[in-house]
Design a protein around this ligand. Sequence first.
Ligand SMILES: Cc1cc2nc3c(=O)[nH]c(=O)nc-3n(C[C@H](O)[C@H](O)[C@H](O)COP(=O)(O)OP(=O)(O)OC[C@H]3O[C@@H](n4cnc5c(N)ncnc54)[C@H](O)[C@@H]3O)c2cc1C
Length: 402
Amino acid sequence: MEIRTFAPPSERPVVLLKAVPLLKAKSEIVVVGAGAFGGWTALHLQLLGYRVTLIDAFGPGNSRSSSGDETRVIRSTYGSNETYFDLNRRAWQLWQNYEALWGVKLLHRTGVLWLCYQPEVPFIDATLPYMKKHGLSYEYISADEARYRYPQIFFDDLHHAVLDREAGYLMAREGCKAVVAAFIQAGGHYIQAQALPLPIKNGQLPGVVLSTGSIVQAQAYVWACGAWLGYLFPEILGNVITATRQEVYYFGMPEAHAAAWEALPVWIDWSRGEEFFYGIPGSGYRGFKVAYDKRGEIIHPTHMDRQPTASLVEQSRRFLAHRFPAMAHAPLVEARVCQYENSPDGNFILDCHPEANNCWFLGGGSGHGYKHGPALGEWAAQIITGAKPIETLFSLARITTA
Ligand SMILES: Cc1cc2nc3c(=O)[nH]c(=O)nc-3n(C[C@H](O)[C@H](O)[C@H](O)COP(=O)(O)OP(=O)(O)OC[C@H]3O[C@@H](n4cnc5c(N)ncnc54)[C@H](O)[C@@H]3O)c2cc1C
């Protein structure tokens, strides 16, 4: 299967969904991984009345995690996939609620500007019915109008732009820290240590062993370990989660106009197939962030060296000079080397171990997971505790029976 960020395929019929026992309130649950997926799941489980222990080897939003960069895009556009559209709507609402509750600015509603080469853009157009259903609309902007509104952007090779207003960017690593702080505030127990699974016995995972030497036991375990999942459970997830190297760059903005550059919407240089440039101009004052969405080499997230690659920096610099001419000689002020934790079809994984229904896997963010954290965590908490069935789109069976 092809790995893609922007158009995970629609649901396929799947059989063999497992029966999950209902977990009583106050049951103990261990969540391993305090990134966007594990942190929000732990918080929601704790708020539902479970006794939750959250464990992370390197800490929430650490530099080796996929959630550990400064910023991540949040967008409505998901082609014809309504599951992700709805998940994003719920996430948008929860990001707003929680940042107000916590008094911390995490969601920047700058909009997302799609830069379109062709008059028709099926991926954007396919989302229109869902936008209408929710009383939302896109703004279609002609190249002439866009040139006037966004003088920093070169529009001569573009047909038009589309502005998605219910979109923008999230403060990523700060968000992870805020979630864990709220989790602790709600009574959750947080431990910094590496956790490894004990061998499965009688159809159950009996516990996890920590790098400190102690064993933690619970009624259920959730492994939200991002790019580490395939390495932790090689026999089940080794061919399901593939970790690929990804680089993002922060370029310095013109000093006299940095505020105007920071205020630009997130932009996505679309219509060039599955490999494209995108960027987040205001990234917590780190610089003008540029990324190229192409899967890099397969890596191990603990051991990967995180120096940027000179040839890839140059590639981004050439793109920048073309699309944002005033940035042609912008200095590189920072870079981050991260990883995608790809599932084979780009859809998330939320399912239990085939031999232990108290051992859950949550991951496969595939380059688009961060924004969904609050809503996915809420949904995951209901599935893990048996209140809702496993979602077909996220099941392991969709891959193994495909
Ligand atoms: C360059 C790049 C750009 C992206 N852009 C976007 C975007 O614009 N919008 C968007 O929505 N998404 C985006 N994503 C995807 C998104 O960031 C990820 O899908 C999401 O952050 C995954 O979160 P996670 O919790 O699954 O994994 P992680 O954030 O990696 O968290 C996993 C955690 O598990 C811990 N851990 C692992 N193994 C163990 C162990 N054995 N014991 C204890 N702890 C352990 C790690 O320390 C880590 O903190 C992007 C990703 C990358 C790399």
